[in-house]
Design a protein. Structure first.
Length: 568
């Protein structure tokens, strides 16, 4: 209900925007102004392109119209009448033609009117907390063969506080954009020579390695066995798995010995071949095969977006082959594993959804019920709240999606657990039951990070570039007041490296303030500052990234502290 109210408010704000535009720039031709997930926009064709200064004027006029508290009314008029009103607006004429029936809606506030099917607040005074955000280009009906328009976007809320929070988050998101931070912190880059393929630099590669190690530790505890399958497999396999028929346009092909091969867009068929390699017994189930599987998918260049949308990435994939009776236990284990792996990253909350049977589906009703109930029961028993996405499952089975909310209050869908009845059937997978009968296993596809690359980008923004100690590519930087302390510093560095920490020594002769500044820019969480006194007393001063300091620590104390800051 509240979500709907917000849509009504925002759509009304779009009318308010159009009203202000028409008063200030009467020649502007209006098109449409819907509410969106984050606010609203209005697309129009102005006489002259809008400038950023115009936004200030338009917003000020919107406030004036809001203050007048003009009632919003809505009535039906005949299409005939509407065509007269809009005789000079080809966009609205096109809309009128497309609306079924003989009548269309007209929204009015004072002397402003707009073609609209309705759903508004009662008067302009109700639209109080809004802001115009930017101007961009758009096309009529989002088709670049059509006329180019100008889009003014804004947002509106019911309270000043919500609006302020939104604006702050938006500024943070711009400031902490992972593409910007990735460059500043020398973590990764993109090059013309491989559009959409990320290049990880030494420091970025360290973080990827820690993410993999962190995950692996938990997978081993949970009984997964790691495999590694080829990057390229024959077309025949992709035809059998159905990827060729459904996903061909996103796949890259090559030829080996005159046979056509595809670079894998998914890891599942590789796992299936490993399963099928020999007869399997019920004693082996659940068989949990994990794979850090590198995949390539062709995405249009227009949708590529830093690490969030790339053409080559690595999935923290795993396939669980089990009996249908084992589904619930495996889902329960996965929910716990997902929580455990994500806990040290400090995401504020998880948003869970269960997608159920779509209209067209394979597998018996009984199987669907068992699988869907297994997902729901496991979530209920784990005390997790979730939403049901009715009918949104894939045709081959239901799934759970795990969204994580980051420090900027954005939800990212990362983890999934997908139940699959299709591939076991399709590849004729089997196991021998305790009664000695050949049975069909169920296959569960699951991931926690989703893609290492995308998860890396999410973390970079979530931590605003300041990785916690255990994830930092450089954990400790040793700084000296003068060059006289370099030898002591060098030994100190070596001691810490021997303990397994990632440590650097600032070898410059810059003043200490300059060294601190540099370490801060590199977002190094700990600095060890060494002066004459520290050398004399065989101690160090520990300075944190936020400026807090601890004096007179022995090296042993620093090692202990650092061990506690690691994530075990
Ligand atoms: Zn309207
Ligand atoms: Zn899979």
């Amino acid at each position: 209900m509240q979500e709907k109210d917000l849509q009504v408010l925002r759509h009304s704000a779009a009318h308010l925007l159009a009203h202000a535009v028409k008063e200030l720039f009467p020649e502007t031709v209006l098109t449409i102004g819907p509410a969106t997930k984050d606010g609203f926009f209005y697309d129009s064709l102005p006489e002259k392109n809008f400038k950023d200064e115009d936004l200030v004027l338009i917003e000020a006029r919107m406030r004036e119209i809001s203050a007048k508290n003009i009632p919003l009314t809505h009535r039906e008029i005949s299409k005939e009448e509407a065509r007269v009103i809009y005789k000079n607006n080809p966009f609205k004429l096109e809309l009128i033609d497309q609306i079924p029936g003989d009548f269309v809606g007209l929204a009015e506030q004072g002397d402003f009117y707009d073609l609209c099917r309705g759903g508004h607040v009662a008067s302009t005074g109700e639209i109080k907390y809004f802001k115009l955000l930017h101007i961009s280009g758009s096309y009529w009906r989002a088709d670049k063969n059509n006329k180019q328009l100008q889009r003014i976007s804004g947002t509106a809320f019911f309270t000043q506080q919500e609006l302020d929070e939104f604006i702050q988050q938006r500024e943070d998101a711009l400031q902490f954009d992972h593409r910007k931070l990735g460059k500043e912190l020398d973590l990764f880059s993109f090059h013309e020579e491989g559009v959409g393929f990320p290049f990880f630099h030494p420091r970025g590669t360290i973080i990827l390695g820690i993410l993999a190690q962190h995950l692996k530790k938990h997978l081993v505890k949970d009984g997964y066995q790691e495999i590694s399958t080829p990057m390229m497999l024959s077309d025949e396999l992709w035809r059998r798995s159905g990827h060729y028929q459904h996903y061909k346009d996103n796949m890259y092909f090559s030829c080996i010995d005159e046979k056509s091969y595809a670079i894998k867009p998914m890891n599942c068929p590789g796992s299936i071949l490993v399963y099928k390699e020999r007869p399997r017994s019920y004693r082996e189930l659940p068989l949990k095969l994990s794979e850090s599987g590198s995949v390539h998918r062709h995405e249009l260049s227009g949708v590529l977006s830093g690490l969030f949308r790339v053409r080559a990435f690595t999935i923290d994939d795993a396939h669980i082959f089990c009996t249908k009776e084992q589904i619930e236990a495996e889902v329960t284990k996965f929910i716990a594993l997902n929580d455990e792996v994500l806990r040290p990253f400090g995401f504020t909350k998880t948003v869970i959804g269960v997608s159920t049977r779509p209209e067209k589906a394979m597998g018996s009703d009984e199987l669907w019920n068992i699988a869907t109930n297994a997902l729901k029961d496991a979530l209920d028993k784990a005390g997790k709240k979730y939403e049901i996405y009715e009918g949104e499952g894939a045709f081959y089975g239901p799934k759970i999606e795990f969204g994580i909310e980051d420090s900027l209050k954005r939800v990212w869908q990362c983890g999934t657990m997908q139940i699959d009845f299709f591939q076991p059937e399709n590849f004729d997978l089997s196991y021998i039951s305790s009664e000695g009968v050949k049975e069909r296993p169920v296959m569960l596809h699951r991931a926690i990070y989703g893609s290492f690359e995308r998860f890396f980008g999410i973390l970079l923004e979530h931590f605003k570039g300041k990785f916690p100690f255990w994830l930092s590519p450089v954990q400790i930087k040793v700084l000296t007041i003068t060059d006289e302390q370099k030898e002591y510093a060098c030994n100190l560095k070596q001691t810490l490296v021997d303990h397994g920490f990632r440590v650097e020594l600032d070898s410059s002769s810059d003043q200490i303030s300059g060294q601190i500044k540099r370490a801060q820019l590199e977002r190094v969480p700990w600095m060890l500052v060494i002066g004459k006194k520290e050398v004399e007393n065989n101690t160090v001063t520990l300075r944190y990234l936020d400026g807090k300091q601890e004096f007179g620590l022995t090296i042993q104390q620093v090692v202990e502290k650092a061990k506690n800051a690691e994530c075990y």
